[in-house]
Design a protein. Structure first.
Lengths: 177, 106
């Protein structure tokens, strides 16, 4: 503390320690948030085709469009950097007890539009089964999930409040899509 | 050059203690205020800005050795009139001896 440089060093180090403590306190204020919000999703144009994957396997591929409504504004606290939301289907096939496929996702940055009202959306990623489990499947559950990306702290994976169950037809579609 | 050298750059011990207490107080105060303000307006960046303001303010107040930190100079004892006998008896290294003698001659 007897020279300008040693004082500068001490002040800077002290400021950084205080900043670290503040960041931790900020994390503590949001650590116990539930981060759950309701959503509403509806699907349409259910089609299933028997096509080849890029690896040359002949499998089922589902085609759907969806409407999605959700108000995610409450998920933004002062420790939220962005939201990563993704639409996922879960279903059971004779091959696998649980299949999970992500069909669509979106990043909502801080200050972006988090009040979603999407109509007639196409899938972002192809809906391939790893076999022939999609044709005539009657219990495919669609959910919206999200990661709340924090400024500081943990990265929780949250399942939204809601679900939508749909079926695929018993016939393969031959229409071009 | 003489003018530059005549600028006091020294802080006495009480001044150093005062400076340390001052910047710690300022930064902690700004941190608490910034935390509350950031929480109210839901912007953590506001907290960081306010903390930065506290950092700048405490730099201005405590980095330069302002006169307020030089209020209690150390009271040195007066130098003894005669050369003390101890140094002659112990006979330290030659260099030291010579340097001391030079000092005395001054």
């Amino acid at each position: 503390m007897n020279t300008v440089l040693s004082r500068a060093n001490t002040i800077f180090a002290f400021t950084l320690s205080v900043l670290a403590a503040l960041t931790f306190c900020c994390f503590l204020t949001t650590a116990f948030d539930s981060n759950i919000a309701p959503f509403y999703v509806e699907t349409a144009k259910h089609l299933v085709k028997n096509t080849y994957t890029q690896h040359g396997e002949k499998v089922d591929r589902g085609h759907i469009t969806f409407d999605l409504t959700s108000d995610l504004d409450p998920l933004f606290s002062w420790n939220t950097k962005q939201l990563f939301i993704y639409l996922m289907v879960e279903y059971k096939t004779p091959q696998n007890k649980l299949n999970q496929v992500v069909l669509w996702d979106k990043i909502i940055v801080r200050g972006g539009k988090a009040n979603l009202d999407l109509k007639n959306m196409n899938l972002k990623y192809p809906f391939y089964d790893d076999g022939n489990g999609l044709k005539g499947h009657e219990n495919i559950t669609m959910t919206l999930n999200w990661n709340v990306v924090p400024g500081a702290g943990l990265l929780p994976r949250i399942a939204g409040d809601g679900r939508h169950v749909f079926t695929f037809p018993n016939e393969y579609s031959t229409k071009r899509i | 050059m003489d003018y530059i050298k005549s600028i006091p750059t020294h802080m006495d011990y009480n001044g150093q203690k005062l400076a340390e207490q001052l910047f710690q107080g300022i930064i902690l105060l700004f941190a608490v205020v910034g935390f509350i303000w950031g929480y109210v307006c839901e912007q953590f960046v506001q907290t960081i800005y306010i903390l930065g303001a506290g950092f700048v303010l405490s730099c201005i107040l405590t980095l330069p050795p302002w006169p307020i930190y030089r209020r209690s100079p150390i009271q040195w004892q007066k130098p003894r009139e005669e050369a003390d006998t101890e140094t002659k008896e112990v006979a330290p290294a030659k260099e030291k001896k010579s340097s001391r003698r030079k000092e005395k001659t001054k």
